[in-house]
Design a binder for this molecule. Structure first.
Ligand code: ADP
Ligand code: MG
Length: 739
């Protein structure tokens, strides 16, 4: 257990637990539990306190350090309560010996006023008249002399630190000084107990790589004279070593997770074992002598009844998946394809192959509306085919009636439901499958880590194949890094006959023109979405806004059925509204972002997004993807409002520009990554702190490639070191990486 090995200095089990102090709690909050975690809590930046400056010669805005005598100190109340201290510089020649500088009027040392708005009695004491101190801070030079606001005050000494002073990332209630002491003590223990032993075999170290122990020590206490720029932009060799370490830990852990899965045994879903499967035997008994089971392959039947030909991309992806699930090792695959690229039918074909093999398939979607839409589509396609085999499709959701639910649970458990569709209700405890072979997760990025862990726990002894779908393509470097354990299939082609969506970015001053446009579309028999924004942290306002828009639009569009959909509506009402829109009985659907994912109404040809400046880029892209699904020319109107400052923020402008310039989901994802950085981009996957702390994928691709190459070698030839390496970096967070 590598994490235990490095648990040096921790309380032994059995020792009476003392309540934690506030700073200890803060340490916990930062995830700094083990010594090794503290020792790897590296500085955010540094301050150079290694040299003296002259106060007399300091200029406005300069940061200086000097020795001084306090000439006076008083608390004033103008303009607010503050401690005002007059100091006089002690000139270098006089440093070290005490002299009464107040009597030396001819002295050329500078003077300065210090102001403190927050101060404690202990500070007042060290700043009493006559005290000698070391001061460091930024000079503000005014007509009335030099001032320093809240400089750092140190004990008088002419001995300066010889190393740069680290500033650690911290949190409320945790003082730098406390944190620094904790870190350095832990570092010392780690070094003594060998926690920084090299885990990367010599032969695999990159040329000129710093030894780990030297790198860590250096980063906590860099010697004076080192380039602060190199330290801060993390190009220094010490940082390079740490980045390499971190990326290697990430790659090893993902490769290990992948290999662990490969050792598991999953059902053979090659589509040929139906008659031998436990399910078919059970059902054959149940079907009595009525008719012999119809053995025609569902997959072929589905292909026959589809109203369209598969695109080449769909064909390729279907075959990748088909091969995967025919193997006895569990599939762990991400299907990425832009909005509208036709992921659903690919999922359906995987499902039929699974059912053909005599196993059950489950499809989980993030929202009830989306799950239901899948349900309807798949029921349309599959129910008649399944009925011939005495099988059916089950529906599970949080909102369904108890009685319905019981019935659905029963047919899921008996195996009669060959396909189970629903929200995350499908992974709840009461749900028992007869023989689960394949799990399909739609819009996987919308599920949180907790739900993924729940799914994993649920599937523990079953090991079905897993296919996750996402309309947010992952840029290559992120895929290599964070999803190295996944196989990826990509739909890089849209079904034919789609007309590109014309995107217009306009000010909300031109709302009337938009209304005219809506009328034109309706008169052509088309339908329109109108999306109202999320107002941060206020669902009430959110709702008020949507309701008001709904009313106003209703008034400007007499004779047209304008519907309203928002997240606070009862599910039944939502479904009713959605149904009317899907059936073409509603011209305009005003909605909050509940329609964001996956809804498919090909007759809709205009998407209006109000306050588009408030939406994220991938959200805008997803919303735009709701139109342009049929053959009609479609448009997306991004209406922005300038707000109180009379202008758009920088990132909002960039987002709208990106939307206007491209419709390519991959390009959008790449720009989104540029704008937001990987942390937010990845959303839930890394929230268990599996996030990279030091490496930066935009600059460290070479280290990523190095780590990717080394990880299998480590696992094959140096398994013990590989374990130690992961334990050091990831410790108890390893579980999250598997989610
Ligand atoms: P997404 O990838 O966003 O989930 P969907 O699966 O909802 O996309 O498909 C979008 C629309 O395209 C649906 O109406 C679907 O029936 C249709 N579609 C899928 N594949 C094809 C195809 N090969 N040819 C024509 N239409 C298709
Ligand atoms: Mg979809």
């Amino acid at each position: 257990m590598p994490s235990k090995r490095h648990n040096v200095g921790m309380t032994k089990p059995g020792t009476a637990a003392k309540p934690l102090s506030a700073p200890q709690k803060a340490l916990m909050k930062l995830g700094l539990v083990r010594d090794i975690d503290l020792a790897l809590h590296l500085p955010l930046r540094y301050e150079d306190e290694t040299s003296w400056n002259s106060l007399a010669q300091a200029r406005d805005g300069e940061t200086v350090q000097f020795l001084a005598t306090v000439q006076s100190a008083e608390i004033t109340f103008k303009p607010r309560r503050q401690l005002v201290v007059q100091v006089k510089e002690i000139l270098p020649s006089k440093q070290g010996h005490v002299e009464d500088s107040t009597s030396q009027i001819e002295d050329l040392g500078g003077t300065c006023t210090l102001r403190f708005f927050n101060f404690y009695p202990s500070m007042q004491k060290s700043l009493a008249t006559g005290q000698k101190i070391r001061l460091r801070g930024e000079i503000k030079g005014g007509m009335l002399g030099k001032t320093m606001m809240h400089p750092s005050v140190h004990a008088y000494s002419d001995q300066l630190p010889t190393t740069l002073t680290p500033i650690y990332p911290t949190t409320a209630g945790l003082a730098q000084s406390y944190l620094k002491r904790a870190v350095l003590t832990a570092l010392d223990r780690c070094i003594r107990f060998g926690a920084f032993q090299e885990t990367i075999p010599q032969e695999y170290q990159a040329p000129h790589m710093w030894p780990l122990i030297k790198a860590v020590q250096f980063l906590h206490e860099p010697t004076a004279g080192v380039s602060v720029v190199q330290l801060e932009d993390k190009t220094h060799p010490a940082w390079q070593r740490l980045k390499a370490e971190e990326l290697l830990a990430q790659q090893i852990s993902q490769l290990r997770a992948k290999r662990e899965r490969q050792n598991l045994s999953a059902p053979d879903l090659s589509g040929e074992t139906y008659s031998k499967s436990p399910q078919s035997v059970a059902l054959a008994n149940k079907a009595t002598a009525k008719s012999p089971l119809d053995n025609a392959s569902l997959t072929n039947e589905l292909l026959e009844i589809l109203p369209f030909q598969l695109t080449n991309a769909q064909r390729r992806v279907v075959s990748e998946i088909s091969k995967d699930i025919s193997k006895r090792t569990p599939m762990y695959r991400l299907l990425q394809g832009d909005v509208g690229s036709g992921k659903t039918v690919v999922a359906a074909l995987a499902a039929t192959q699974c059912i053909d093999s005599g196993y059950q398939c489950v499809l989980m979607a993030p929202t009830e509306i989306l799950a239901e839409q899948h349900f309807k589509k798949l029921v349309d396609w599959l129910e008649p085919l399944l009925a011939k085999k005495n099988l059916c499709v089950a529906w599970l959701s949080g909102s369904q009636k108890r009685k319905d639910r019981q019935q659905m649970l029963a047919i899921t458990q008996s195996g009669e439901a060959a396909l189970v569709i629903g929200t995350h209700a499908v992974i709840q405890e009461q749900v028992k499958f007869q023989s689960l072979g394949l799990v399909l997760i739609d819009e996987q990025h919308r599920f949180g880590v907790a739900q993924r862990l729940a799914l994993k726990a649920k599937l523990q002894d079953q090991e079905p194949h897993l296919l996750m779908m996402s309309a947010t393509p992952i840029p290559r470097t992120l895929a290599m890094s964070y999803y190295a354990d996944l196989d990826v299939s990509t739909l890089d082609e849209l079904p034919p006959g789609r007309t590109p969506v014309i995107t217009k970015v306009i000010s909300d001053q031109r709302r009337d023109e938009v209304v005219t446009r809506i009328k034109a579309q309706i008169s052509l028999g088309r339908q329109v979405y109108w999306v109202c924004p999320l107002i941060e942290e206020s669902e009430v306002l959110d709702l008020a806004n949507a309701t008001q828009t709904h009313q106003l639009l209703g008034e400007s569009l007499p004779g047209i059925n304008v519907g309203l959909l928002h997240s606070k509506m009862p599910i039944a009402d939502k479904k009713e509204v959605m149904q009317q829109f899907t059936d073409g009985k509603m011209g305009v659907l005003v909605s909050t972002t509940v329609i964001e994912v996956g809804v498919d109404v090909p007759n809709a040809s205009l998407m209006v997004i109000e306050h588009a400046e408030r939406f994220g880029l991938s959200q805008l892209h997803q919303l735009r993807g709701r139109v342009g699904r049929g053959a009609a020319a479609s448009a997306c109107v991004l209406m922005y409002s300038l707000g109180e400052h009379g202008r758009l923020g920088e990132t909002a402008r960039e987002r709208l520009k990106a939307m206007a310039e491209t419709q390519d989901g991959f390009e959008i994802a790449r720009r989104d990554l540029d704008i937001r950085g990987p942390g937010e981009f990845l959303g839930a996957r890394q929230s268990g702190a599996a996030m990279l702390r030091f490496a930066d994928l935009s600059t460290d691709q070479e280290w990523l490639a190095w780590a990717q190459d080394l990880a299998p070698k480590m696992l094959d030839s140096y398994p013990l070191q590989a374990q130690q390496h992961m334990g050091r970096w990831l410790g108890n967070k390893l579980e999250y990486l598997k989610a």
